[in-house]
Design a protein around this ligand. Structure first.
Ligand code: DMJ
Length: 623
């Protein structure tokens, strides 16, 4: 039997061999029924495998889709990649046609290789549309500004958490365009990066930074504010079943506080859902070891699972903006839990910096030693990277505490006088007012996009009774920030702009090759939101609308998500950097949505203070 069977296996080889052989059909008829069945089964298996292989290859090939070389996802990358420090040019993206696994397979890969298992979202993929071979971003339909119409349901603010039900909000057309943009961003995150820190939209993958689902947590309150109930519920399930801070992972204290702690606290405030407060409290306790330094100025990094903390490898210094921009969140956590450890740790830093020598008319250097508690590298004064939110949090803490902490206000007002005295300049030929940097006593006409938070903060102060001249300065600076967008080919601002001050200059703004990138940062639209809210001037909404159009035109990735770009100076080749920062969802789109609001009782800055990641927290008018 075995012998005959083994002969049978060689049958296919006989089809084309010697002449005068019996015909195939005759040989087939000579076989036993068992032998014929076996051959049929083998042929069937072979045919199925063959068909499956070709169908799979077919479904892998997205017609005309191109993407950069995919890198293996790197887990828990070190927090040295601070978004604001991310100013160096990334390697150029090389393009090649992509072949991807079938959707189901890809979903498994995306979800299955770390501790984050559990309930999976429905990742059914919509049809991929044909994509341009060249990178172009993709156009949105509306090119003319629509009329503003529509009403919203206000969300309660004030001293107590607004135990919320998510009501459908009627949105005007511009708000709908923002919601569409959010949905598109979320589509990419959900398809390719669910539960991960950041989406890599072009390579359709993800990037881990803390391994905590950063984008999902940062975006929770935006979904709530926009009334995206389904998306919110799905994300909440992930928080309930997957989010675990008991991990051996180093996180950056500042980033984790403003994005994750701030996001959880504001979501608790909006929803009244205790899940978010419990998670926030767990995280807050795990962040506390960062403050265990000789000076009580916290280390930059803390290990959530081990309870150990340390600075960056190369220095014992921390960044001034980082250690002074965690107070809104820690104070709110104490208010909510009654546990004063959070407030005490954060306010010790405020007091220390307030009394510290080395400021120039209220302006602070960029670094501070965790060992001595002194400022270091004092030769540069800036309102950009590493100092920016120090100023923002002086004002906002004063507001958060019901305007009772006079010393905070004094520090803020002194610093704004310092800005007026040392850092302002005017460009040629159009006399744009800019905020430069003082380097060894000399004004450099360099302005980070990050500085564009300042018009909004100045305007916010005037709403609360501060010097009206601050509003005039805010309006001038907001125009400058808008021009930083208007005057590039893409309509998107560079990370850093230089202002020309020579009398014969032909253009106001110059951009250096290393500064041409755009990370979809929020600061300008944040300021437009405050200025519209305070002045009621619709030009600020129109400017925000222009910016949204440029974002859609140059950074929208057809298969889902938006990408940072490397070159704002080239409309034809803006060079996607293949990364969607979490603040695009938590801040940029939220501020755009609120900017276009007709009903300013929706999360009003009269009752809420937005942390530096745009998470609204209540103002405490009662002591
Ligand atoms: C955000 O994380 C925060 O707004 C922070 O204050 C500055 N950097 C980014 C946005 O640009």
């Amino acid at each position: 039997m075995y012998e005959r069977d083994s002969i049978l296996v060689s049958v296919p080889g006989t089809f084309t061999s010697k002449p005068n052989k019996p015909s195939c059909w005759r040989r087939w008829k000579q076989l036993s029924r068992l032998q014929r069945s076996l051959i049929m089964i083998l042929l069937f298996i072979g045919a199925t495998a063959f068909a499956a292989y070709f169908l799979q290859v077919d479904s892998r090939s997205v017609p005309n889709a191109w993407a950069p070389q995919e890198k293996p996802p790197s887990h828990l990358e070190r927090s040295g990649q601070h978004a604001d420090g991310d100013v160096g040019a990334e390697p150029q993206v090389r393009f090649r046609p992509i072949k991807r696994g079938p959707p189901a397979h890809r979903s498994k890969v995306a979800l299955g290789d770390n501790q984050m298992k559990g309930e999976k979202p429905n990742l059914a993929l919509p049809e991929l549309r044909e994509i341009d071979i060249r990178w172009r971003g993709s156009l949105i339909g509306i090119s003319k500004a629509p009329n503003l119409q529509g009403e919203e349901v206000a969300v309660k603010g004030g001293d107590k958490p607004a135990v919320g039900t998510l009501k459908a909000k009627v949105k005007n057309q511009r708000q709908q365009a923002v919601v569409e943009a959010f949905r598109h961003a979320w589509l990419g995150y959900r398809r390719f990066a669910w539960g991960r820190d950041e989406l890599r939209p072009v390579s359709q993958g993800y990037k881990e930074w803390f391994g905590l689902g950063l984008t999902l947590l940062d975006a929770l309150d935006t979904m709530w504010i926009m009334g995206l109930q389904e998306e919110f519920e799905e994300a909440r399930k992930w928080v309930a079943s997957e989010l675990n801070f008991n991990k051996n992972v180093d996180v950056n204290l500042f980033e984790c506080t403003i994005r994750i702690l701030g996001g959880l606290l504001s979501t608790f405030h909006l929803t009244g859902d205790k899940l978010f407060l419990d998670k926030a409290t767990d995280l807050g306790v795990r962040l506390l070891p960062a403050f265990g330094t000789p000076s009580h100025i916290p280390y930059s990094d803390v290990n959530l699972g081990k309870g150990t903390a340390h600075g960056p490898k190369w220095t014992s210094d921390s960044t001034v903006a980082e250690v002074t921009s965690i107070q809104l969140e820690f104070r709110e956590l104490s208010w909510l839990t009654g546990d004063e450890r959070f407030r005490e740790a954060a306010e010790a830093v405020t007091r220390h910096v307030r009394d510290l020598a080395g400021k120039t008319d209220g302006l602070v250097p960029m670094f501070i030693s965790t060992q001595t508690g002194h400022f270091t590298h004092s030769n540069t004064l800036t309102l950009g990277a590493r100092a920016d939110s120090y100023y923002e949090y002086l004002l906002k803490q004063w507001l958060q505490g019901g305007k009772r902490e006079q010393l905070l206000l004094d520090s803020y007002l002194e610093a704004i006088s310092g800005v007026q005295k040392h850092l302002l300049g005017k460009s040629q030929p159009n006399q744009l007012t800019f905020v430069g940097e003082l380097v060894n006593g000399e004004l450099r006409p360099k302005m980070d996009h990050l500085v564009c938070f300042l018009p909004g903060t100045l305007a916010l102060g005037t709403r609360h009774g501060l010097d009206p001249s601050h509003l005039q300065l805010a309006e001038k600076l907001a125009n400058t920030c808008y021009q930083m967008y208007r005057q590039t080919e893409t309509g998107l601002s560079a990370e850093i702009s230089y202002f020309n001050t020579q009398s014969d200059a032909k253009q106001d703004i110059s951009i250096k090759p290393a500064d041409k990138h755009n990370l979809l940062r929020p600061e300008t639209v944040e300021s437009l939101f405050y200025l519209y809210w305070i002045t009621g001037n619709h030009k600020y909404q129109d400017w925000g609308w222009d910016i949204l159009q440029s974002i859609n035109l140059h950074t929208k990735v057809p298969s889902g998500g938006y990408t940072s770009i490397a070159n704002v100076c080239s409309r034809d080749n803006p060079q996607p950097r293949d990364k969607m920062e979490s603040f695009f969802l938590s801040e940029t789109l939220k501020y755009l949505y609120l900017l276009f609001s007709d009903n300013l009782t929706l999360i009003s800055p009269d009752t809420h203070v937005f942390n530096t990641e745009a998470h609204p927290l209540p103002i405490h008018t009662e002591p």
